[in-house]
Design a protein around this ligand. Sequence first.
Ligand SMILES: NC(=O)c1ccc[n+]([C@@H]2O[C@H](COP(=O)([O-])OP(=O)(O)OC[C@H]3O[C@@H](n4cnc5c(N)ncnc54)[C@H](OP(=O)(O)O)[C@@H]3O)[C@@H](O)[C@H]2O)c1
Length: 258
Amino acid sequence: MNPVSTQSQTRDLEGKVAVITGGTKGIGRASARKLAARGANVVVNYFRSRSAADETVAELRQYGVEALAVRGNIGNKDFHEKLFDQVAQAFGHVDILISNAALGLFANIMDVDQRAWDLSLHTNAEALLFCAQKAVPIMPPGGKIVALSSLGANRYIPGYAAIGISKAAIETLTRYLAFELAPKSINVNTVSGGFVDTDALKSFPNYEDMLREVVKRTPFGRVGNSDEIADVVVFLCTDAARWITGQIVVVDGGYSLT
Ligand SMILES: NC(=O)c1ccc[n+]([C@@H]2O[C@H](COP(=O)([O-])OP(=O)(O)OC[C@H]3O[C@@H](n4cnc5c(N)ncnc54)[C@H](OP(=O)(O)O)[C@@H]3O)[C@@H](O)[C@H]2O)c1
């Protein structure tokens, strides 16, 4: 997308500060791009790929906003404080937290060992809880927290047990956070995405078969893309979504209807 072509679109998020965990690829990067296009300054967290982080920051700055990449494992509890210290130092506050990064090991339920359990629960569910705890003290009224879940939170996906359980925890956390942060005028919601063809999906052991099955079962006859999830994520970060909280918004092209 040419950043110049978006200059005419609304800059309703001008001056806002957004933190996106896993903001350098896939859905996180698409969300970062859309927030920057609307004028938000963006902090993207990542863990392994420095080149993707550098590219993302360069791309975001083309929208005339400030952008920063912070490397660190979001599954590591010591990192959350460091991340939000850096955000506070750079911007003084945070208006939007998108808890997006995810990791997991594929295994059927009887083979889920401590490592697989810990990896999913720490990276996916605990990160939402502890990042929210660090973000909220520097989040003014009108703040927005959005997490990413998947259909595996409440449906069976082969090999997805530990990840699905961590996503179910995210969905329950969403409701508790929403209720308890409403007095601070902070909205908390989750987008539950259907299958999207990103690096994460390619890591599924039966990727090709799964893709075929998804296309067959989706009424639109295709798999979704990162922009289609990010559009809803970003909507939930705007004032237009101020009366939505504690919700799990399914964005799957109708896949889960059957
Ligand atoms: N793709 C789908 O079909 C799908 C469907 C439903 C929901 N979702 C959810 O949407 C979210 C994004 O998925 P995606 O498909 O866009 O993923 P992706 O393309 O694989 O990107 C993942 C991002 O997270 C970062 N990351 C991974 N582990 C991290 C860690 N421990 N600490 C910090 N950053 C980390 C990655 O950076 P590095 O590589 O540099 O570490 C990258 O920026 C996830 O929560 C996923 O469960 C995805």
